[in-house]
Design a protein around this ligand. Structure first.
Ligand code: HEM
Length: 463
């Protein structure tokens, strides 16, 4: 039912991938992997419960059935490790930190860092999140109304600002533009690494962009190590930021603490895993709201009602239920992390499917979120899918923007608080319109980016 009868029930088409009908030939497959890995997924991945494919004699199992997803990520999680492609892509930059480590090395770091991300702790970061969003709002409001601004870039800046404020109390001497560029240069090489892994090429093999990517990696690792060393010198007294919390963190079972390298690698992991993903969730949400003015009006009305027409305060954020639903639905259509891949540690069976040791098992989140058996009219943007009753009626493992099981995103609550706070501050004062005729192209570089950014015209609501 349309809750706002005066507003049209608009259903404009939104950007999506068009999957190939049938599996690609090896050459097209390889070329497509280099351009955009998830474009190789055939239509069956959006329709069937499982799908098996093979490249140069190397089999892969895709699992879309929620029961199988649960088996891989939760019930039989111990039988799987992070995939070789993830380790080859990310470990050179992120070391053996929480995102990339496995087994005992992962377990103790996760245990030590978990208390940092508890809700009671992260709500204390809300003032910094709101302040960063207000700086972005003011910068956007000051621009000429008809100028186009890349909102994807603006959201990256905002979430980076937030990670610097919450990680380093904002006082670290950090070259924001260089660090951001370093992360982009590094991630740019990951599709080559993916292709090299498929070809079983050795890790030293050269590929285009390798030198630039290695330079970026060296810069990022040195920079973070320097910040940790600076902080050890000045001490952690009176600080409430992720870096001091990591330095003070102890494994509750063994009392073990992190050394400088562990702290630096985990900080870079939080920067890489946390700022771009959250920025993309926001950029895609703004895109969808620009296409759906009726839903935008509901978001604005909720913010008005909760804030009583005043500014967004920390105490308001958790009450913005529909705003949150809108972000959840945007992450269904455009999951910032569109795929999870695991590898079987031994021969295992999941739901009657034999998985030989070493076989990669792909959880294609982007396709699960648009799967014909799991979602009604899957390409339609409808935040009411996340109203409490509707969400309860659905299988938990049909929706996985943050993964599931023991390796579920440690920053999930942080990211949701941040995304709701930033969106609320921006959308209550500003109106966003897409550049005329603009349709984003989906590009996978570990994360799901709009290839040409998100050019938008921004106007003040009161103007
Ligand atoms: C909208 C924003 C975010 C999305 C969509 C997202 C998505 C994900 C996903 C899907 C995973 C699971 C990967 C797997 O199972 O292989 C993950 C893990 C992780 N995320 Fe996030 N993330 C977001 C924000 C953040 C933030 C803000 C932080 C930290 C400040 C963060 C830190 C991490 C870490 C450290 C892991 C590894 C956890 C582990 O393996 O134990 N993420 N994230």
């Amino acid at each position: 039912m349309n809750a706002h009868p005066t507003l049209p029930l608009e259903r404009p088409p939104t950007a999506r991938l068009v999957p190939p009908e049938a599996p690609l030939s090896p050459l097209r497959f390889f070329r497509t992997v280099l351009r955009n890995p998830f474009e190789t997924w055939p239509r069956a991945v959006y329709r069937d419960p499982v799908y098996r494919s093979s490249f140069l004699g190397r089999p892969t199992l895709y699992v879309m059935d929620p029961a199988l997803v649960r088996a891989v990520l939760v019930d039989q999680a111990e039988s799987f490790e992070k995939s070789e492609v993830l380790r080859r892509s990310l470990s050179p930059a992120l070391g053996d930190a929480i995102l990339t480590a496995d087994g005992a090395r992962w377990r103790w770091q996760r245990r030590a860092a978990a208390p940092i991300f508890r809700n009671e702790r992260i709500v204390s970061f809300l003032p910094a999140m709101i302040a960063a969003a207000e700086r972005t709002r003011d910068a956007l409001a000051a621009g000429p109304p008809e100028a186009e601004t890349d909102l994807a870039q603006m959201m990256m800046r905002t979430t980076f600002d937030i990670i610097v404020a919450t990680m380093l109390s904002g006082d670290g001497q950090i070259d924001v533009a260089r660090v951001e560029q370093g992360i982009t240069d590094y991630l740019e090489s990951t599709s080559w690494i993916f292709a090299m892994t498929l070809l079983r090429a050795p890790a030293w093999m050269p590929y285009p962009g390798r030198t630039r990517s290695e330079r970026a990696r060296g810069y990022l690792r040195d920079e973070l190590l320097r910040l940790v060393a600076d902080m050890r010198r000045t001490g952690v007294e009176g600080r409430n930021d992720l870096m001091s919390l990591l330095v003070a963190a102890r494994d509750p079972e063994t009392g073990r603490a992190m050394d400088d390298r562990d702290v630096a690698d985990n900080l870079l992991t939080f920067v890489t895993a946390g700022h771009e993903t959250t920025a993309l969730a926001l950029a895609w949400t703004l895109y969808l709201l620009a296409l759906h003015p009726g839903i935008e009006a509901r978001v604005v009305a909720e913010i008005e009602a909760v804030t009583g027409g005043g500014s967004v305060e920390p105490g308001h954020v958790e009450a913005l239920a529909f705003t949150r639903q809108t972000i959840l639905e945007a992450m269904r259509l455009y999951p910032p992390a569109p795929v999870i891949v695991r590898a079987a540690l031994a021969d295992v069976e999941i739901g009657g499917h034999r998985v030989p040791r070493g076989t990669p098992v792909t959880v294609p989140i982007y396709a699960i979120h648009r799967h014909a058996r799991l979602w009604d009219d899957p390409d339609r943007f409808d935040p009411d899918r996340f109203a409490p009753e509707a969400a309860k009626a659905r299988d938990r493992y049909a929706y996985l923007p943050f993964g599931a099981g023991p390796r579920i995103c440690i920053g999930m609550s942080f990211a949701m608080l941040e995304a709701v706070a930033v969106l609320a501050v921006l959308i209550r004062s500003l109106h966003f319109r897409l550049a005329p005729g603009f349709v984003p192209t989906l590009k996978q570089r570990i994360t799901l980016r709009p290839a040409e950014g998100m050019p938008m015209r921004v106007a003040r609501r009161d103007g």
